[in-house]
Design a binder for this molecule. Structure first.
Ligand SMILES: CC(=O)/C=C/C=C(C)/C=C/C1=C(C)CCCC1(C)C
Ligand SMILES: CC(/C=C/C=O)=C\C=C\C=O
Ligand SMILES: [Fe+2]
Length: 562
């Protein structure tokens, strides 16, 4: 039966988007929307007519509420952060408590794995979930929010067949499922079986296209930042091949830089793509110095003139890639004997400028890097900061959904820190890895970071990240790190699971921390809200409650209003 809703916008009544579904039943019923205090000029296009999808997730049912909503004394049993989003899409205006700065004009997009089941089959790992894209559109102090599932092949196939059809981070389809979907031509043990579930990040290219990404190259999907429509695959037009890439390319208005790990001859291609093209060109290549395979490169840092290629002892493992059952470290293996390295590639020449052995480390996310110079302007070293998990890959296991969903008050989140690499340019064979500030400043939790994008590759003072208020099983505070003062300012709310704090600079700002920090909070009572903190004081300036609890999400980007 078709269902339709009407929402008031100012004095006029506009039909909301009509969703036709053969299942009736309104999951998101009874929300109230602020419409009476709308003072801006009414412009339906600009305000992206508020629409509400009123049907259940078609064909992918959510888990029964009884199990989903059960909570322990600690309020964390099946916390909404780890509970699948309940419908495919939603959009509406949120009532704002506090003040959104009027200069904040544009869309914050956040990607992440928001749907962790197919029917009553529950996925294993946080990174397995089908991509849920969330948007916060700010204009004139008002906020229109929404979410939508990304229509990847993997998601569509799961919906159609009610079964997993592609290999996800830890999940592997049964051979029959895959073959019935892709056909006899493809082999479960080939690249064709890999997911295109673009559930990790979202970037705005210099030419304005917005692309959702994961670690598989085929999982690069172009979306419309206004409607969140899936527009199609981002097809790389070059012939570089390979199956995987870094989940975090470095994207500016003028270039897109990424690393393509070589799983056959261990190494990495450093590549650049210009705005307006789909063709990556090779800048240079780094051969691994240790181990049987390339190290995992979820992210990497750059400075103004160099690309830093990390070689972690947590390495891809071709055997694990093809295994039907998950291994303790999934597609990776820990090779402490292979040592750890940092390579520095000149962006202009593609040459390796230096390559140093460093202490063992484990990181998902580099924060930033910059060049240290002497009085004559000669580069003496590179400083590269990351969220470092004390060289312990156990964090991967902690991100299993079963672990995230079963917090019982025990402090089980492993310690992490801001790891600072010092890579000398004097020909030394070894670099250093130090702790940038006392980890107790941020509760010894550290991940999901952002900086002022104007400081990318440059000497910087501030970073924003998730830290810990212990006991906890997952980073549960937002932290502003002052890397000069070696201090942190923290934001905490009991039972909250905040997503990556994302810094948006104020146009015209001259101070590094002049701007706002956006995060989305999943609450222990099953609700959720968008949060805005002042980038300098790190105090709350506004919050806006969603009509439904938000699942956890990973990385975001900012699309300024044209
Ligand atoms: C969400 C996140 O941080 C990481 C996601 C990583 C994914 C989806 C990795 C997927 C992979 C495969 C499906 C097979 C090939 C290896 C690997 C890149 C790990
Ligand atoms: C959420 C996370 C780590 C948290 C640990 O403290 C890592 C996410 C990685 C992918 O983007
Ligand atoms: Fe990431």
């Amino acid at each position: 039966m078709a269902s339709m809703r009407y929402l008031a916008i100012g004095n006029s009544i506009c039909p909301a988007t009509v969703e036709v579904s053969d299942k009736s039943g309104c999951v998101l019923d009874g929300f109230s929307f602020r419409s009476s205090n709308f003072t801006g000029k009414r412009n339906v296009r600009d305000l992206r007519v508020m629409s509400v999808a009123t049907h259940r997730l078609p064909e992918i049912d959510v888990a029964p509420p009884s199990s989903r909503e059960k909570q322990s004394d600690h309020g964390n049993w099946n916390h909404v952060a780890w509970t699948s989003v309940r419908q495919e899409r939603w959009e509406g205006e949120l009532a704002v408590e506090g003040e959104i700065p009027l200069w904040l004009s544009g869309t914050y997009l956040r990607n992440g794995p928001g749907l962790w089941h197919i029917g009553d089959y529950n996925f294993r790992h946080l990174f397995d979930g089908y991509a849920t894209l969330v948007k916060l559109y700010f204009e004139n102090g008002r906020l229109i929010a929404g979410h939508r599932q990304i229509e990847s092949e993997a998601y569509k196939a799961a919906k159609k067949n009610k079964k997993l059809c592609f290999r996800e981070f830890s999940e592997v389809p049964k051979p029959d499922n895959f073959l019935s979907y892709v056909g006899e031509l493809a082999n479960l043990f080939s690249g064709a079986s890999l997911t295109d579930n673009a559930n990790t990040g979202v970037v705005k290219l210099g030419d304005g296209r917005v692309v959702c990404l994961t670690e598989t190259q085929k999982g690069s999907i172009v979306i419309d930042p206004d409607t969140l429509d899936t527009l199609g695959k981002f097809e790389y037009s070059d012939t570089l091949g390979g199956l995987i890439h870094s989940a975090h390319p470095i994207v500016t208005d003028t270039e897109f830089l990424t690393l393509l790990p070589d799983l056959v001859i261990p190494g990495y291609l450093v590549v650049r793509m210009e705005p307006g093209t789909n063709e990556r060109k090779v800048i240079g290549r780094v051969d691994c110095r240790g181990g049987p395979a390339a190290g995992w490169v979820h992210s990497f840092p750059v400075t103004e003139h160099y690309v830093i290629v990390p070689e972690m002892p947590l390495r891809y493992c071709a055997r694990n890639l093809l295994k039907a059952e998950p291994t303790p470290l999934y597609k990776f293996q820990w090779h402490p004997d292979s040592k750890a390295f940092m390579h520095v590639v000149c962006k202009a020449s593609g040459k390796i400028v230096t390559s140093v052995e460093v202490p063992l480390y484990v990181t998902f996310h580099f924060i930033n890097a910059y060049e240290e110079e002497d009085e004559d302007g000669r580069v003496t070293a590179i400083i590269a900061d990351c969220c470092e998990h004390n060289a312990d890959a156990a964090i991967l296991e902690k991100l299993r959904l079963q672990n995230l969903r079963s917090f019982n008050g025990e402090d089980v989140l492993p310690d992490a820190r801001v790891g600072r690499f010092i890579i000398p340019f004097d020909g030394s064979s070894h670099g250093k890895l130090e702790t940038a500030l006392d980890p107790n400043e941020h509760g010894r939790g550290m991940d999901m970071c952002s900086i002022n994008p104007k400081y990318l590759g440059k000497k910087y003072r501030y970073a924003y990240a998730c830290g810990a208020h212990r006991p906890c099983n997952f980073p549960n505070i937002l932290t502003k790190l002052d890397l000069f003062g070696k201090k942190a300012k923290n934001w905490y709310e009991e039972g909250a699971v905040p997503s990556e704090p994302f810094f948006v600079p104020r146009p015209g700002a001259t101070e590094e921390d002049d701007g706002v920090v956006i995060s989305m909070i999943s609450q222990k009572n099953g609700e959720g809200y968008a949060l805005l903190l002042d980038g300098s004081s790190f105090k709350e300036i506004a919050r806006a409650k969603f009509p439904y609890g938000l699942p956890y999400g990973l990385h975001g980007c900012w699309v300024p209003k044209k």
